[in-house]
Design a protein around this ligand. Structure first.
Ligand code: PXG
Length: 447
């Protein structure tokens, strides 16, 4: 049954994701074009991108080599089936991504987003234990404040209240969570990794005691939690998590959808933090956001357990019943290779590392502002917690985000009352200073 058109608003048909639709459509923040560090609105106003879009445009916007690669793919190979057939750039992209990963992590399964990457990693973990004859390992452990996308798996291991509460009955069974590593009382205004909090990893021992290791398949954490406001791990925390997982035969998954591809000044956080997980999930920066792509990098041990030389297995038997129509899509694999070339040729990961001290000082210069409750940073990511307006959580954050866009010609990401910086890795020291000055002015006007 069709109902008569109710609205004449040209924006009405689009149901926007993670956006208050009604408010947006009253006063849209419309983006028409992008180039390098900048967005342009429909009237040509230039907006400094302090967020790399949504943490993804690490090489900056509309980079020609990436655009050319995408155009080449569209003209040369629009689509090729990924099941039972392959195309050369998919293999090349996988090899290039594996080459950036820590030793031993050398097989890449492609998906199309971070959410699909997280669900893929969880499914691989379950299937791996079962193939090895430990099918009782069905529990997944996530962490409070973790974000692993919006699929049923990622949502279940995730630890963000608003993403979960509407969907309670659909949570995966058997999932448990360790606590967040954020402890404002002991960590406030820490620069980089806080000194305090390695012991939060021992929570995992508590859950092992509660559930027994024989029931636990995997632990999934972001090495640095991004979307809940840049929470770097306490010193020693990830190493301890690794030790506990190894001791109990539990797979450790690092969700590097945000931390991968240079955000922390290295190809992956695993490298920077010198902790090797069993799987890494990635997305966003792999194509600098130019084409949707995600995936899982699995250890050789995991891959070879599935793809073993078993003479008894008939040729036609598929090892893992999982995949997406667009796994390894040509547009994405061409774009990924061009993006990785850019990261290498322009030394963008090293650039991020070199800029980190300046970025850290600049962002922490907001300490002491009456509205700033805490500041955290690592690599080229930082977050500023704004004191919430009493009785109106998230209102100040929302107003700040809008004021930055309309009045300061800049974009930061808002999560509740937290403002997050994650500029493209091509950002200049001057642009960093402008982002911080813009936020300071916007906060001044709020006081
Ligand atoms: N894992 C992590 C660690 C993420 O940050 C996902 C998985 C899901 O990715 P997809 O591609 O399915 O969206 C993410 C996504 C924010 C913000 O502002 C963060 C994300 C997405 C949108 C906004 O913090 N992260």
């Amino acid at each position: 049954m069709t109902s008569p058109a109710r609205s004449t608003n040209a924006l009405d048909a689009y149901w926007m994701p993670f956006t208050p639709n009604r408010e947006f459509k009253r006063n849209p923040r419309m983006i028409a074009r992008a180039e390098g560090m900048y967005y342009f609105d429909t009237k040509g106003r230039k907006i400094l991108d302090g967020a790399a879009g949504l943490w993804c445009a690490n090489a900056g916007h509309c980079r020609k080599p990436i655009a050319d690669a995408i155009a080449r793919a569209a003209a040369e190979l629009d689509y090729a089936p990924g099941f039972q057939f392959g195309h050369p750039t998919a293999f090349e992209a996988a090899a290039r991504i594996a080459a950036l990963a820590p030793p031993g992590l050398d097989h890449v399964f492609f998906a199309n987003s971070g959410s699909e990457a997280a669900d893929t990693a969880l499914k691989i973990a379950l299937a791996w234990h079962r193939v090895r004859g430990e099918g009782s390992r069905i529990r997944m452990i996530g962490r409070e404040r973790g974000y692993h996308g919006v699929g049923f798996g990622g949502m279940s291991v995730g630890g963000i209240l608003n993403n979960r509460k509407m969907f309670g009955p659909a949570m995966l069974p058997g999932v448990d969570h360790i606590r967040t590593t954020y402890d404002r009382e002991h960590q406030r205004f820490s620069k980089g990794e806080p000194e305090y909090g390695a012991h939060f990893a021992d929570e995992l021992e508590r859950l092992v005691t509660l559930h027994d290791a024989s029931t636990i398949a995997a632990v999934i954490v972001e090495p640095m939690a991004g979307s809940t406001g840049v929470v770097p791990p306490p010193k020693g925390y990830l190493k301890r998590l690794r030790e506990i997982c190894t001791k109990h035969g539990i797979l450790l998954i690092f969700d590097e959808v945000i931390t991968g591809f240079g955000r922390l000044g290295a190809a992956f956080a695993a490298e920077r933090m010198d902790v090797i997980p069993d799987m890494i999930t990635f997305a966003k920066g792999v194509t600098s956001g130019a084409v949707p792509m995600g995936g899982v990098i699995a250890s050789r041990q995991i891959y070879e357990t599935f793809v073993s030389d078993d003479p008894k297995r008939p040729d036609q038997v598929i090892e893992l019943f999982h995949g997406y129509t667009y796994s390894g899509h040509p547009l994405a694999t061409y774009a990924a290779i061009a993006t990785l070339d850019l990261y290498r040729d322009e030394g963008l990961f090293e650039r991020a590392r070199k800029l980190e001290p300046h970025f850290e000082e600049a962002v922490h210069s907001l300490k002491g502002h009456p509205l700033v409750a805490d500041i955290r940073n690592q690599g080229l990511a930082a977050a500023v917690d704004i004191e919430p307006r009493p009785g109106a959580p998230a209102a100040r954050g929302f107003e700040t985000m809008k004021a930055l866009f309309f009045e300061e010609d800049m974009m930061l990401r808002v999560a509740g009352d937290t403002m997050a910086f994650s500029p493209p890795l091509i950002v200049s020291p001057d642009e960093i200073d402008r982002l911080v000055a813009g936020l300071r002015r916007a906060l001044d006007r709020l006081t």
